[in-house]
Write a protein that binds this ligand. Sequence first.
Ligand code: NAD
Length: 370
Amino acid sequence: MPTNKKLLILAGDGIGPEVMTQVKRVLDWFAKNQALKFDVEDDLVGGCAIDKHGMPLTDETMAKAMKADAVLLGAVGGPKWDNLPFEIKPERGLLRLRKDMELFANLRPAIVFDALAEASSLKTELVAGLDIVIVRELTGGVYFGSPRGIETLPNGERRGINTQVYTTSEIVRVARVAFELARKRGRKVCSVEKANVMESGVLWREEVTKLHKAEYSDVELSHMYADNCAMQLVRQPKQFDVIVTDNLFGDLLSDCAAMLTGSLGMLPSASLGAPDANGRRKALYEPVHGTAPDIAGKDLANPLACLLSLAMMFRYSFDLGSSADLLEQAAKNVVAAGFRTGDIMAAGCTKVSTTRMGDEILKELDRLAK
Ligand code: NAD
């Protein structure tokens, strides 16, 4: 790389700093062995920022995130901060990052390592080798539409209102992310809505179809109703490559797909913004799991979700596909060799700590790079 890329690390609370320590060791490995130099800066988000600054994300940290080429986040929150007012809860820090960076596309891969296929609640043959991505629209739809609220009607009944609303540009930009992603994978996109009962779904389908015809006819496009997609995900998940859907359906379907993989400690994610004039997108990478207060500080957490988020960063922010492949392969091999943190432990395997999992990943990177 010609210039060093700026990386902001926000380890957060609970197991966040523990898993992020392993990420930094792996970043050092790539700096030393593959000349991938990043300017890494650390800062606070969530409960630790509340403790130091009285708020979950300061303006200074937000400004650093806006300037960074990528932000890598651990997790935020924990019982210590549960009773704070809503406006200064740890999660507000994360929500502000997503909002101010305008991260409209949330990428949630559901990948099942063969060695872990038995941990899924589905039959092994249905999930072994599964590799799909759900692209969820993150900043629009029913969670943000107005009118919204709870009102009392003249007859004394109460009515709750939320509005599903999407514009052409909101649909097109997230569909574009899905098509671009599919081009780097299996070249298949399934667009999911409820066009049978919702006008916003009709518009979604029309706009995705138009964009496909105009720019992405090399990618196979199919459409599916969201309820059917939920069924298909548990019936035959391997039929999918990339699924693109709105905020509400994506919320549900990505959690459903996540469970196909069997463990929270294995799930990475990326949230992307619009490309600027130089093609650079704002981006936030984070594991799907939370701060796991029950095991925090005990060197027990699985660092792989965070490491796989780093691999996503290599691939999507820096076009370093081969480095991403290498790191993902190392993770697969270490798990296949039977090294397991408690969350993915199985009979006959070796139970390892967070640090030992990091050690094994580094050893495997050394071995693969020879
Ligand atoms: P959680 O994901 O923290 O934990 C759920 C269960 O999974 C726990 O038993 C935990 O030990 C286990 N687990 C999670 N990650 C693991 C890992 N890497 N290795 C091994 N085991 C792991 O969810 P929760 O318990 O509902 O929430 C705990 C705290 O985290 C709450 O304060 C919540 O608000 C916060 N949270 C934050 C985020 C985020 O920062 N994105 C996401 C979810 C929850």
